[in-house]
Design a protein around this ligand. Structure first.
Ligand SMILES: [Zn+2]
Length: 340
């Protein structure tokens, strides 16, 4: 019997959660991640342990990030969660490892290995840790298969994807079967920018973290709310990282552009379609959080912290508390994860 099959179904695990916050934006990495590049063509992450509780992630031959055992120890995570009143974390891969622009064979192997790791990690604390899995998005059919494995076999709540797959945008018709698969199995699709695909100009200006991550999410989401994707897949539950990036402040202008192009149906305007999306609270700022809640709808904002990385909000939920959220984010999270 596999580890995952010993755990209860997602819905009953969520129903039994202790009191506290539900954090949908946290990351992990396997300190013993297989070196996919040894077996397959392409540029894939290499992880090296430097101590029992420390490791380094290399990407494209360069050190990308030093990490510690909070990335792979359920015990370390639960200790921090208890200290900050977090009932549950939904754990997803470290975004730079998504590798949606690399050759398909390696991407398939990498996604499967990361999902097996996430399954083991969450099974160590099945009442507190949940997962968004990985998919080889550049192969939409394989991505749909891996998504179904994540949800049906491993008990995950959904999957994490980047903002594009190589040159393919999320609005490309090739992805409709993938999004329909997510709709069919009730998987949340968490969209997270990848700092490997960022604009070199913004990197030179040293605003990659501050602006480009936000702009990258907004570009993908702007494409979605000005396309027919959400009409094609009306049950899609898509969660945008970082408060939707810069999308909330761009929506009125996007809608004006649609009207100027002759699209006057109020239901098709970006401002209306944005209310079908969800965002996390990781804005570091109450006014930005309030604008996101205004644009996506107050029921569509959930806690996200980027635990355990340097970008994390600490303590978890600080901005929600400052905005007097009073527990709505937890109810929103449970409604998104398990709409019943
Ligand atoms: Zn993140």
């Amino acid at each position: 019997m596999s580890v995952a099959s010993r755990t209860a179904p997602l819905a009953s695990r969520l129903a039994a959660l202790p009191p506290g916050q539900v954090d949908l934006h946290t990351h992990a990495i396997d300190p013993d991640l297989p070196d996919i590049g040894q077996q397959h063509e392409g540029a894939f992450p290499v992880v090296r342990r430097t101590a029992p509780d420390r490791a380094q992630i290399f990407m494209d031959g360069r050190l990308y990030r030093e990490v510690d055992d909070r990335c792979w120890s359920a015990e370390a995570r639960v200790k921090d969660m208890d200290a900050e009143g977090v009932a549950a974390q939904i754990v997803s891969a470290t975004p730079i490892t998504l590798c949606h622009g690399e050759p398909v064979d390696g991407a398939r192997a990498l996604a499967a290995a990361q999902n097996d790791f996430l399954s083991q990690l969450t099974a160590e604390a099945p009442d507190r840790l949940f997962a968004f899995g990985c998919v080889p998005l550049q192969d939409p059919q394989a991505a749909a298969r891996e998504l179904r494995r994540c949800v049906r076999d491993l008990g995950f709540a959904g999957v994490e994807i980047g903002t594009r797959a190589g040159d393919l945008e999320l609005t490309d018709p090739a992805f409709i079967p993938f999004f329909r698969a997510a709709e069919n199995v009730g998987a949340v699709v968490f969209v997270h920018p990848v700092d490997r695909t960022l604009d070199p100009r913004l990197a030179r200006l040293k605003v990659g973290f501050g602006l480009d991550m936000s702009a990258e999410t907004a570009a993908a989401a702007a494409g979605i709310v000005t396309s027919d994707l959400l009409e094609e897949v009306p049950g899609l539950r898509m969660l945008l990282a970082h408060g939707g990036g810069t999308l909330p402040s761009a929506l009125a202008r996007l809608a004006k552009g649609q009207r100027m192009a002759g699209d006057t149906d109020p239901e098709r305007l970006a401002t209306a379609r944005a209310r079908q999306l969800w965002c996390d609270s990781l804005t570091y700022d109450v006014p930005a959080l309030r604008l996101a809640a205004e644009r996506f709808g107050p029921g569509h904002v959930v806690l996200g912290t980027d635990y355990p990385f340097d970008a994390r909000e600490q303590p978890a939920g600080a901005v929600l508390r400052e905005a007097r959220d009073k527990g709505a984010a937890r109810a929103n999270a449970l409604g998104l994860l398990n709409p019943g």
